[in-house]
Write a protein that binds this ligand. Sequence first.
Ligand SMILES: [Zn+2]
Ligand SMILES: [Zn+2]
Length: 128
Amino acid sequence: MHKCGRCGGSLRRIHRSFAEHFGYMAIYRCSQCKEKQAVPRPWTYHFGPAARCPICGTQRITKLKTRDRIDPMYRGFLSLVERLTNGQLYHCRFCRVQFYDRRNIVLAEEARTAREATESAPSAPTSV
Ligand SMILES: [Zn+2]
Ligand SMILES: [Zn+2]
């Protein structure tokens, strides 16, 4: 039997809402202090610190403002979860697929990509 992390009371498993059903293995509520405790599903790609492509797992993805008309939408039920939890729209250029993720792109990765772009660009020669 699970115990409450706050008061040590016994936890009762409660019904999950539609969105919670996808996001959590189970949700418990303490019979004493009514503290709600959720057990998240162990999805590696979906519980890391940064947004990733759901197919190849790359973090080198681009943020989209609007849905692309050409590339298909990734339609896993995980994508539905991300959309329900106000996920941001992303695009993977390797898989050519769009998907939702509630996390942001890793900032270090973004900075590195930006630096690469500036370094590869030829500096304009100053003509005298
Ligand atoms: Zn409790
Ligand atoms: Zn990909």
